[in-house]
Design a binder for this molecule. Sequence first.
Ligand code: BTN
Length: 256
Amino acid sequence: MSELIPQILRFDSLPSTNLEAAQRAIAGAAEGLCVVASEQTAGRGRWQREWISPRGAGLYFSVVLRPRIIQSGWPLITLAAALAVHDALLEAYSLKTDIKWPNDILSNNRKLCGILAETVETTKGRALVLGIGINLTSSAFPPEVQLIATSVELETGKVPDLETILRHLMIAIERRYEMVQSTRGGEETLREWLARSSYGSGKRIRVTNGPEVLEGTTRGLETDGALRVETDEGEIRIVRAGDVTELRPLDFVTES
Ligand code: BTN
């Protein structure tokens, strides 16, 4: 079994580390190629959103993966990536975070890290580029999102060191990536994700996917990582894509 051998390329400024990693993957870069930039001028988020990436305020990181498991199992790799960020923040700063399905990292219900997984067709077959953006300081996000975003500095009260987080992150990614691809590793990843996420079971949520909106209570994960949601009518719906928000008691109050 081949192991993930990381190789880091560092840049002062890039449009997007995911774009750079994807271009290198297309040209045949080996699995384990990591791209880190001090700033991104066109950082990409999920759902074609922008990921604001000011210089020195965040960790902007992408890694090229060439998974051995069948593609229907690749969503589990994004769950494993969220576990890796969770592990790294715990190990580096004793910061215990929550995971919002599928792979947002939260602290005190605010987003601390986002993960963007993109597939690319390359000369060596289909590859996965995993992009991770961690807010290190509050300058990573604009003031208008301060009620929903946070940073390692705000959560720990310490000035975070990018190199420390990066070192822990790379070790955690290697470990979680090997685990998810091992025999029964998918089940273990799902089990650990559920143990570390408050969103896996019993959480009232709204899922938005374009014009589609679904509300209900989470009821665990399918074997491929999809989220099971029970509607108020008692029907189980399987969610494979969408933006999840927690419904708090006040959200249930309707105007009369
Ligand atoms: C999200 O919307 O939650 C995902 C955000 C992912 C941002 C990271 S920063 C490093 C990498 N490069 C990008 O352009 N995006 C990802």
